[in-house]
Design a protein around this ligand. Structure first.
Ligand SMILES: [Zn+2]
Length: 217
């Protein structure tokens, strides 16, 4: 899953106003931010198999550190500790939503991935396989994002004219990027350039989310 992960970020921000939407964008995508460099470093494995699914050529046969349920829980606890003890100095609510954001990645990946998500390492592996249908993949991510945007807009108030429209415009932008990604751009099967472009977009989206969130209270 790509932009659909940000649904959890918008929803958690609606729930806990003290959390930074920009950091929630990083947190919901955190295990993917680690995954690509881990593949480059040889810790995890991504094989490119032509038409492995309808939406990409990714055969991920070994990625327990970032994409096992236990891995997700590990990073989530680490984020909780970091937020609780260091960043917020004992704000439990913010630390909890950051931790949920990290672990949400595994559950949203579960919807689209083919059965390749382990609990710890090896079998059994899980995945509902929506990636086998391109339109269903696009619609699933869109519905998740639009639903969470609606909730976020309901729970927060614009403090300027920009604040009224920026979040909706941003979600439209994310959906357009996902359209290009799924329907227009050729498959990128080069791990180095894939890593660079993935990290570029993850951080760009987080930065935009950070500024948009400043326009709402
Ligand atoms: Zn992932």
């Amino acid at each position: 899953m790509f932009v659909g992960h940000y649904a959890a970020a918008f929803a958690l921000k609606g729930k806990e106003k003290g959390a930074s939407l920009g950091m929630l964008f990083i947190a919901t995508q955190f295990v993917d931010i680690l995954f690509f460099p881990f593949v480059l470093a040889g810790f995890e494995n991504l094989k490119f198999v032509k038409n492995f699914t309808a939406v990409n050529d990714f055969n991920m046969d070994y990625y327990p550190f970032t994409h096992s349920l236990m891995g997700a829980v590990f990073w989530s606890l680490l984020f909780y500790a970091l937020y609780y003890f260091i960043i917020t100095k004992k704000n439990k609510n913010i630390a909890i939503v950051m931790a949920i954001a990290i672990v949400s990645h595994w559950f949203t990946d579960l919807i689209v991935h083919t059965p390749d998500l382990p609990l710890i390492d090896g079998e059994p592996k899980f995945g509902l396989g929506i990636w086998n249908n391109k339109l269903a993949t696009y619609c699933t991510e869109a519905v998740l994002l639009l639903g969470s945007l609606f909730y976020y807009l309901k729970k927060t108030t614009a403090n300027s004219n920009i604040g009224k429209y920026a979040a909706s415009g941003f979600v439209a932008f994310l959906l357009a990027i996902n359209y290009l990604n799924l329907y227009v751009l050729p498959a990128n099967d080069d791990i180095t350039s894939l890593t660079i472009s993935a990290l570029f977009f993850y951080f760009l989206f987080a930065l935009i989310a950070y500024f948009i969130d400043k326009k709402r209270t």
